[in-house]
Design a protein around this ligand. Structure first.
Ligand code: AHG
Ligand code: MN
Ligand code: MN
Length: 335
C-alpha cells in the first residue's frame, strides 16, 4: 500500500520548506479542513435530517431548530476559523457586513478570510454537487486595532491562499498558497483528507464549455457568437449550476466556464471576492486564465465593495485566448 499523506501532514511539510512561514496560515488551513468535514457530514445527511435548502427556520422531528444548509455552513466555517485564533475577520456571501472574531487571540491575528460557505445551494434540494470557496488575505490594518473594510477590499493578486471544497460523489479539497495546486480527497473510512492530486495542471484546451445557455438571448453578440462557435465545434455543454463543480471538471478535463453579463445582471452575477477571485487564483496557479468579458484579468480588478459582482470567463488558456478573439471582433463596448 502506498503511503498516505493527510492534509494536515502536507500543510506542515509544506510550511517547513519555507523559512519565513510562521505556521499561522497553516493553522487557518487546518481550521478550514475541519469545517469542510463538518459541512460534508451535514450535506451527506441533508435529505435525512430535513435541512434542505428551502426548509430553513422549521423544526425537525426531534424538535430542533433546522437551518438552511448555507446558513449552517456559514456558521460552522466561522466557528472553526475561531479555533486557532489566527483569523481576525471574515467576509461571507451570507453576511451583509464583515465580522471580526471575538477571541483575545483573534484580535491580534494577521489574516482575514473571505468565503462562499455553500456554492450552488439550489442543488441541495436535488442531491447534486455543491461546494465551499475560500480566500485568505493578510490584514492591512494594525494588528492591535479594529479590522476595517480596507482589509477585505484587496485585489485577487493579494490573496495569500485560496481554495475550494467540492461535496460531490466524493469530497475533495483543493487549495493553493501560490506555489501550485494540490487536491485532497476525503477518505470517509478514516475521516481524513488524503493527498490525491499533486501539482494539478489544467489542460491547455478541452472539449467542454460551461455556461447557462438558457440566457442565450440575454447575452451580448460576442457571447452568442462564441457559444455558436462552441456548438459548431461539437464541444460538450456541461452546466451544473455550482461554479465550484463546473470549474472543477474543467480543471481536470480542460474547457471554458463563462458567466457573462445578462440583462438581469449587467455586472455579471458572481461575486468577485467570494467566488471569482479565489477560483481564478486556483485556475491561474494550475496554468489557466481568468478574465472578465471586458478582457481584464480577474485577479487585478479593483475591489470597491465586499459584495461586488463581476463577469467571468475562466479555464484552459488556449480557449480563453480564443474567446478573446470573439470579444475583440464583435464587442460593441471594446470597439
Ligand atoms: P450560490 O449558491 O453561492 O448563490 O452560487 C450560485 C452561483 C454559482 O455557483 C452558479 O454557477 C451560478 O450561481 C448559477 O447561476 P444561474 O442559475 O443564473 O446559472
Ligand atoms: Mn456561490
Ligand atoms: Mn453561496
Amino acid at each position: 500500500m502506498s503511503k498516505i499523506t493527510t492534509l494536515d501532514e502536507f500543510i506542515l511539510t509544506s510550511e517547513k520548506k519555507y523559512s519565513d512561514a510562521t505556521g499561522q496560515l497553516s493553522r487557518i488551513l487546518r481550521d478550514i479542513g475541519i469545517a469542510a468535514k463538518i459541512v460534508n457530514r451535514e450535506v451527506n445527511k441533508a435529505g435525512l435530517s430535513n435541512i434542505l435548502g428551502k426548509d430553513g427556520g422549521t423544526t425537525n422531528n426531534s424538535g430542533d431548530e433546522v437551518q438552511k444548509l448555507d446558513i449552517y455552513a456559514n456558521e460552522k466555517m466561522i466557528e472553526c476559523l475561531s479555533y486557532s485564533g489566527e483569523c481576525c475577520g471574515i467576509a461571507s456571501e451570507e453576511l451583509e457586513n464583515f465580522i471580526s472574531l471575538p477571541s483575545k487571540e483573534a484580535k491580534t491575528a494577521e489574516y482575514i478570510v473571505v468565503m462562499d460557505p455553500l456554492d450552488g445551494s439550489s442543488n441541495i434540494d436535488v442531491n447534486v454537487s455543491v461546494g465551499t470557496i475560500f480566500g485568505i488575505y493578510r490584514r492591512l490594518s494594525a494588528v492591535d486595532g479594529e479590522i476595517t473594510k480596507e482589509d477585505f477590499v484587496q485585489k485577487g493578486t493579494d490573496l495569500v491562499a485560496s481554495g475550494y471544497v467540492l461535496y460531490g460523489t466524493s469530497t475533495i479539497l483543493v487549495y493553493t498558497t501560490g506555489r501550485g495546486v494540490n487536491g485532497f480527497t476525503l477518505d470517509p473510512s478514516i475521516g481524513e483528507f488524503c493527498l490525491s492530486h499533486e501539482n494539478m495542471r489544467i489542460p491547455p484546451s478541452g472539449n467542454y464549455y460551461s455556461i447557462n445557455q438558457g440566457y442565450y438571448l440575454k447575452f451580448d453578440l460576442e457571447m452568442r457568437r462564441f457559444i455558436d462557435h462552441c456548438s459548431d465545434k461539437n464541444l460538450r455543454l456541461r452546466y451544473i449550476g455550482s461554479m465550484v463543480s463546473d470549474i472543477h471538471r474543467i480543471l481536470f478535463q480542460g474547457g471554458i466556464y463563462l458567466y457573462p453579463n445578462t440583462r438581469k445582471y449587467p455586472q455579471g452575477k458572481l461575486r468577485l471576492l467570494y467566488e471569482c477571485n479565489p477560483m481564478s487564483m486556483i485556475v491561474e496557479q494550475a496554468g489557466g486564465k481568468a478574465i472578465t468579458t471586458k478582457l481584464e484579468r480577474i485577479l487585478e480588478l479593483e475591489v470597491k465593495e465586499i459584495h461586488q459582482r463581476a463577469t467571468i470567463v475562466i479555464g484552459s488558456p488556449d480557449m480563453i485566448d480564443e474567446m478573446k478573439l470573439f470579444i475583440e471582433k464583435y464587442s460593441a463596448v471594446l470597439v
